[in-house]
Design a protein around this ligand. Structure first.
Ligand code: GTP
Length: 597
């Protein structure tokens, strides 16, 4: 055990975590240069294409240092806020962390939020100044930022480059010399914390864990403490580039278990594995059921594909336990599903996977957060509203609550004004303002989560010219003056376009939505009024003029094949159109509310 080192890599997105991990794998001979593909750890196609790590992975490296053999377990963590719970569990499985900071960018919001997570778990922090090869690298300045942030000495900061391999040996030395060996008692009852799981179509769920105490033996009967389920430890072992089966995995080590679990949602990240014969008395602390933060309806473009969509969603859920869904129906869109996601990125990923892996064409409705509604006649009962069109009649409501977040923005001082204005417009309240260096500021706001869902990232990027990074975490529900804004097309209310908005924004938003929809919905044979309404009161209106002529009219008497081509072209264009009443509505229109500025 004294020669084991468990560490993770934490960084702001794109600061070069995966690339540096690849260099460590090469330097320790875990992967040969020939086998080396860029970002070997990101094995999903989608990950590779988007260049982001979606699920965290673990890998064991062997390294000899001053004549002694060491086992280094690297736990890779996802960098995006949508997956921050996974980051926290990965961190809890380690004793040390490489804190990677891009030398050309400096400290960013997730550098800090991930660092706080690591410090909460008392990890030894090894700061790494990455991308030193870049001409724009600012080593002194960024080293100062790091020193200020974690209170280390400038000599503790390792200059490195994932591209050239600079600093890789120093990093390996630091892991061995500075990260403490795991503690724990190999003779105690088994206590292993699951920090990740993946779904394999042939073998079922593979859970990754860190053994805190005791030893797990192949074939033993095990129990997952929080779910209460028991399994047989059919296959256990350690993780190299592949799974390496072992007879036992002991205290301090990181391993996998395969036990015939067919559904991803049976395995919860953060849960504790123990044995049935000699169970531990306590689960590992910090277990949380991950809750979806953002909801949206997903509907098949063609109503006949509903069953196929259900099948596809079920398949997806098998390997993504954070996806939740239930059937819903919409007067406008027919039968579909209300789905819960960890965040907007997660939503996009699911939509993309449905299309790529399952060849489904779907319509996604306006995303929203989850609201709590309290009725006047029974104010103690909390109703959970995941779909704005299900909000009870306002006259019966005592109050409505919405989720709030604490948001951290790091930026250059010249953009403070613009960012403050944006945050205030988004109903944010400034809590704190701290200068990290002379011209870098950390701003802390409390604001409604719903405002983040609605185009916040894009706006932040624009007003700060890209010089702002952002992170957030939920802080609970608060009551808000929310009302339901409805949209009527051709006189008919379209439930899939309803949104809950703050009363003070309703008029402004209603107007903007009508204008946007007018842009997005193509002209048709008849005039289409677009109206925004609160209850029965119309607050805004635009009109889409009728098309003057039938598009095919000019072909009459002409070449028949030309006409057919034209019709086919139209059909192509219709792929993402949904018939709502008499009106053809394109997919973009359902997301119009997100793109109003
Ligand atoms: P996530 O997994 O999405 O959080 O990103 P990451 O932090 O793992 O970053 P990644 O390793 O994917 O690198 C981001 C980008 O920076 C890629 O385009 C890399 O090629 C580039 N990059 C990484 N390290 C270096 C480096 O040392 N020098 C230079 N010049 N580019 C680098």
């Amino acid at each position: 055990m004294k020669n084991i080192r468990n560490f993770c890599i934490i960084a702001h997105i794109d600061h070069g975590k995966s690339t540096l991990a690849d260099r460590l794998l090469q330097a320790t001979g875990t992967i040969s240069d020939r086998e080396m593909k860029d970002q070997a750890l990101d094995d999903m196609d989608l990950e590779r294409e988007r260049g982001i790590t979606i699920k965290s992975h673990a890998i064991q490296m062997n390294h000899t240092h001053e004549g002694q053999a060491y086992t280094l377990n690297l736990i890779d963590t996802p960098g995006h806020v949508d997956f921050s719970y996974e980051v926290s569990r990965s961190i809890a499985a380690c004793e040390g962390a490489l804190l990677i900071v891009d030398a050309a960018q400096g400290i960013e919001a997730q550098t800090i939020s991930n660092l706080y997570l690591a410090l909460e778990h008392d990890l030894e922090i090894i700061p790494v100044l990455n991308k030193m090869d870049l001409p724009g690298a600012m080593p002194e300045e960024v080293t100062d930022q790091i020193v200020d942030l974690i209170g280390c000495s400038p000599t503790d900061v390792i200059p490195a480059s994932g591209k050239t391999g600079l600093g890789v040996d120093k990093i390996l030395d630091a892991i061995i010399n500075r990260v403490p060996a795991p503690k724990g008692n190999p003779d105690a009852p088994l206590q292993a914390m699951i920090f990740d799981s993946v779904f394999n179509p042939f073998r079922g769920v593979i859970a990754y864990y860190r053994v805190i105490n005791g030893t797990l033996k192949k074939g033993e009967k095990v129990k997952f403490v929080n779910t209460g389920r028991t399994y047989n430890a059919d296959d256990i072992g350690i993780l190299k580039m592949d799974l390496v089966p072992k007879k036992e995995v002991s205290t301090g080590d990181v391993g996998y278990i395969i036990s015939g679990i067919k559904q991803a949602n049976e395995v919860k990240v953060g849960d504790t594995i123990t044995t049935v014969a000699n169970p531990c008395t306590e689960a590992v602390k910090g277990f949380e059921d991950v809750k979806p933060m953002v909801f949206a309806g997903i509907y098949p473009v063609d109503t006949e594909d509903y069953e196929e969509l259900r099948f596809s969603m079920e398949k997806l859920q098998l390997n993504d336990s954070s996806l939740v869904f239930e059937p819903e129906s919409s007067a406008a869109l027919g039968f579909g599903f209300r789905c819960g996601f960890l965040g907007m990125l997660h939503l996009e990923i699911i939509q993309e996977r449905l299309e790529r892996e399952f060849k489904m064409t779907v319509i996604t409705t306006v995303p929203n957060v989850s609201y709590f509604a309290y009725l006047r006649k029974n104010p103690d009962e909390k109703l959970i509203v995941n779909n704005p069109s299900e909000l009870p009649d306002p006259s019966t409501l005592e109050k409505v609550e919405e989720p709030f977040i604490k948001a951290q923005v790091i930026t250059k001082s010249e953009y403070i004004g613009a960012i403050m204005t944006l945050c205030i417009e988004k109903r944010g309240e400034l809590q704190n303002q701290v200068y990290l260096t002379q011209d870098r500021v950390e701003l802390t706001f409390e604001m409604p989560l719903a405002e983040i869902v609605f185009d916040f990232y894009d706006r932040l990027k624009t007003v700060s010219k890209g010089y702002a990074s952002f992170d957030y975490f939920p802080i609970g529900y608060k009551s808000s003056d929310l009302i339901k804004l409805d949209v009527l097309l051709n006189g008919e209310q379209v439930d899939a376009l309803s949104a809950l908005v703050h009363r003070s924004n309703a008029f402004n938003l209603g107007k903007k939505i009508c204008v946007k929809l007018k842009e997005l919905i193509p002209r048709q044979q008849f005039e289409i009024p677009i109206q925004a309404a609160i209850g029965s009161k119309v607050i805004a209106r635009e009109t889409i003029k009728a098309l003057r002529k039938d598009v095919t009219a000019k072909c009459y008497g002409g070449d028949i094949s030309r006409k057919r081509k034209l019709l086919e072209k139209q059909k192509e264009g219709k792929k993402r159109m949904r018939q709502v009443g008499r009106v053809e509505v394109p997919q973009e229109a359902f997301l119009a509310v997100l793109k109003l500025n």
